[in-house]
Design a protein around this ligand. Structure first.
Ligand SMILES: C[S@@+](CC[C@H](N)C(=O)[O-])C[C@H]1O[C@@H](n2cnc3c(N)ncnc32)[C@H](O)[C@@H]1O
Length: 378
């Protein structure tokens, strides 16, 4: 009995220490990000800046999923590997997932390096992340953004996402994704951007050719001004990538992050706050599905690989994390079996993503999601 109390106390202390370390990491990271953001505007994705009133965001909450890259290694052929990645991308888009974290669940021992650097990540993680990014990119930008790469050899045959930000040439829309084209810039003018329209659009600043940008077009302004009798030419203003979703409350695709371990997937949240709701999924999870899941700004739903989340914890570096997360209910706010009546002995990760998102998302109360994801009768 005394032993039980002592070990419970130890676990509690370990959990506290882990939380403290995580907080310190988050603090250090936010300091680091301040200087990184000055160097790289891309890092500002989904983060508010001082001149945006975040209370007026139509869509502020985010949904993230974490998936192990190793699932690709279970596919039987390069074509099936690619198709599997495409299934994850489509599931994420169907359920309006904002972030996909591709994490390494195999641990450092098996890899040739500590892959602290993204370029050193395990090949399966890199390939999954690359295909996810490729599919998220509007078609008209792909040939510019993705040079030929063996990871993408079969990506051309994948089903498209048909995401709301994948516009066709004839679509009239306030925001478009674009790429800065290589063309001499006239003095006093901005660069030209290919936004998937017949003609490239001038923007308000000079940027490096090849840069991907989100552009707000002046198509909402009255077209009264004319040049040589022609309607005023379309112009663009470069805006932060998160602006369309914040302003219009519209789904604008997902971002992809590679994490070297499960613990890094949990702690390196790219949004302003940390994940405030973590849900683990497994056939070993609780079958008691809550009617409503507490309100959240940034939810992260964890999926395991062939051996489940337990193996990802076991293969994770850091004894402290392992000892705490061994008990899944320490690591996750909820640890759930989302398909309690499964007929097959195993549900594959790509299937579990579709099942779990359709079961969980209607129950999660997101604080600010643009449109409510909780049905009125929930
Ligand atoms: C092949 S399964 C791993 C097998 C393992 N028995 C398990 O669920 O932990 C791969 C992943 O699919 C998800 N999964 C499988 N069955 C599930 C279920 N009934 N409920 C929720 N998630 C499930 C989990 O994320 C799991 O890590």
């Amino acid at each position: 009995m005394n032993e039980e109390i002592a070990s419970a106390r130890e676990r509690k202390l370990a959990r506290k220490k882990w939380k403290e370390e995580k907080l310190m990491k988050l603090l250090n990271k936010s300091l680091k990000n301040k200087s990184d953001e000055e160097a790289s505007p891309a890092l500002k994705k989904l983060k508010p800046t001082e001149n945006v009133d975040i209370e007026n965001y139509k869509r502020r909450s985010t949904v993230s999923i974490a998936v192990p890259g190793s699932i690709l290694d279970n596919a039987q052929s390069p074509e099936l590997r690619t198709y599997l990645a495409g299934q994850i991308a489509r599931a994420a888009c169907i359920f309006q997932v904002d972030e996909i974290v591709v994490y390494d669940d195999l641990g450092e021992e098996e890899s040739s390096s500590s892959h602290s650097d993204v370029n050193e990540a395990r090949p399966c993680c890199l390939q999954l992340a690359r295909i996810l990014q490729y599919l998220e990119c509007p078609q008209y930008l792909r040939k510019h953004m993705f040079p030929l790469h063996k990871d993408l050899q079969f990506a051309g045959i994948l089903n498209p996402l048909d995401a709301p930000h994948h516009f066709r040439q004839k679509d009239t829309t306030l925001y478009r994704e674009g790429i800065v084209v290589k063309r001499p810039v006239k003095p006093g003018r901005g660069s030209m951007v290919n936004v998937g329209l017949e003609k490239d659009v001038p923007i308000d600043q000079v940027l490096q050719p090849g840069t991907r940008v989100t552009v707000r077009l002046n198509c909402d302004e009255p077209a009264s001004e004319t040049t040589n009798g022609n309607p005023q030419r379309l112009k663009g203003k470069v805006v932060p990538p998160w602006q369309p979703r914040a302003h219009l409350g519209k789904y604008w695709g997902y971002q992809v992050r590679i994490a070297p371990s499960l613990s890094a997937a949990l702690s390196d949240c790219p949004f302003q706050e940390m994940y405030d709701l973590i849900i683990g999924t497994s056939d070993k999870g609780s079958k008691d599905m809550p009617a409503l899941i507490p309100s959240s700004d940034h939810v992260l739903i964890l999926f395991g690989g062939l051996q489940g989340l337990e193996a990802a914890v076991e293969n994770n570096g850091g004894e402290l994390f392992k000892s705490v997360a061994k008990d899944m209910t320490n690591m996750c706010d909820l640890y759930l079996n989302t398909c309690p009546q499964q007929g097959s002995r195993t549900i594959r990760t790509e299937e579990a993503i579709l099942i779990s998102l359709s079961v969980l998302l209607p129950k999660i109360v997101l604080k600010n999601s643009g449109s409510s994801n909780v049905s009125p009768d929930a």
